[in-house]
Design a protein around this ligand. Sequence first.
Ligand SMILES: [Zn+2]
Length: 139
Amino acid sequence: MRKTLQHRFVEFVPDHIEDGILYVSLTYCTAIHLCPCGCGNEVVTPLSPTDWKLTFDGRTISLSPSIGNWNFKCQSHYWIKRNEIIYASRWDKDEIRAGRKKDKKRKKKFYKSSSKNHSTAKSPKRKKGLMSFIESLFF
Ligand SMILES: [Zn+2]
């Protein structure tokens, strides 16, 4: 099992995902890597207020919350913290169900409040401005 990942900022996610690389596309607000257990599955982590958050400290990347590959046979569960993979315990079925429920609730809550307060946030112009702002933080 792999213990570290190297990050790579890309505009487009490449066709061939290299093992041990965490690809980050700010353009598409997504990150992708191969499951570190070695099963070869691609793990896509969308970056959004209700999905994953990416922290870049100038050298390393962290993702939050943890990544649970419940749809894969391996069922691996881990954190990516400062380019290190910290394996967590596997969840049983009840825990997975509870986690999914919690996730749904959080999304519902978020979209409810965001539609009230940020009704213009969906315009493409504004999104572009936000993206270049985020990019200016990273580059
Ligand atoms: Zn795996």
